[in-house]
Design a protein. Structure first.
Length: 315
């Protein structure tokens, strides 16, 4: 059990190393789904492994052994986890649960606030134009979601650029990109080793929206020009921090706990290249192997602890 319980704590480091290459070379929709699913699964398995180590330490305590009707001698003989390791695991588990619950509460509040903000915006159409010289464009999730554009952004773009920008924002709403970003940030809160993966997902959802806009407009170069022009227009505009934390914009997320989405030049460069292959087998197989191995190790560690407790109860 000893080694098996520690392996799920190390697998997220592989995700941290592989996150950016996967985000750069995979088709954006596939990259988003793959990174999100892998990140959430690895966070769950690493948290479960910490739980196994923590329980292995707690059952050593005479009071816990008495309550569970376990033989403390049998537990100590069959459990290789030291008291120091178990104490550290308890501390890390409590920290991970607290961080995840705290971020979950903040995300729920942000989503509710975004819903109210979307409902209170003027008009009933999906598109809302605000009188504001600052160039801004973002998608606000809600029931329904809204695409918010400032007059400053409209003035900075020509008609073709506006079409690309609006298609980008509608792509965010249609694919519920905020849910992917929120899920990976929650996983990163539970296991900080997964922060690079969460940052990569914040980038891939922007690339996904870029590709959606390119499909709508039929011109990848036009979308690249729109992204570049919007970035130049916003370069000298201070980030006033008034956007909802749930908003996804043409230039990336604002006020993000795992920083902004990937740099705009990388997105422009990707749009100027051919679209990446949709289903490359090697990355898919590698991710499945890492996640599967992590889950198998966590399950095996929990099973070994169960066997020890069963023997201790019989004894």
């Amino acid at each position: 059990m000893h080694l098996l319980a520690y392996l799920p704590l190390l697998f997220p480091a592989l995700a941290a190393v592989a996150a950016r290459p996967l985000a750069e070379h995979l088709e954006p929709r596939l990259a988003t789904w793959l990174l999100t699913a892998s990140t959430v699964a690895l966070a769950a398995f690493s948290t479960a492994a910490l739980g196994v180590l923590a329980v292995a330490g707690l059952v050593r305590l005479p009071l816990v052994a008495w309550v569970g009707h376990w033989s403390a001698t049998t537990v100590r003989a069959g459990d290789p986890v030291s008291t120091a390791e178990a104490a550290l695991s308890c501390l890390l588990l409590a920290t991970a649960v607290y961080a995840a619950l705290r971020l979950l509460w903040r995300r729920v509040r942000a989503l509710v606030a975004a819903g109210f903000e979307a409902a209170c915006l003027p008009g009933i159409d999906e598109l809302v134009v605000l009188e504001d010289p600052a160039p801004e464009a973002y998608a606000l999730p809600g029931l329904p979601g809204r695409v918010v554009v400032s007059t400053g952004m409209l003035d900075a773009l020509d008609e073709a650029d506006r079409e690309a920008m609006l298609a980008h924002e509608r792509g965010h709403l249609a694919a519920h990109h905020y849910a992917f970003v929120a899920a990976t940030h929650l996983a990163a809160a539970a296991n900080p080793l997964l922060r690079p993966a969460a940052t990569a997902v914040a980038y891939t959802v922007e690339r996904w929206a870029d590709e959606h806009a390119a499909a709508v407009c039929g011109d990848r170069r036009q979308v690249a020009r729109a992204v570049g022009k919007a970035a130049l227009a916003s370069r000298h505009t201070p980030d006033r921090g008034r956007l909802s934390a749930a908003a996804l914009g043409l230039l990336g997320m604002r006020r993000d706990p795992v920083r902004r989405a990937g740099p705009v030049p990388r997105r422009v460069a990707a749009l100027l290249k051919p679209r990446p292959p949709r289903y490359p087998l090697l990355p898919l197989g590698a991710c499945a192997a890492v996640v599967g191995a992590s889950g198998l190790c966590a399950f095996a560690a929990a099973h070994d602890l169960h066997v020890v407790l069963k023997l201790a109860g019989a004894g």
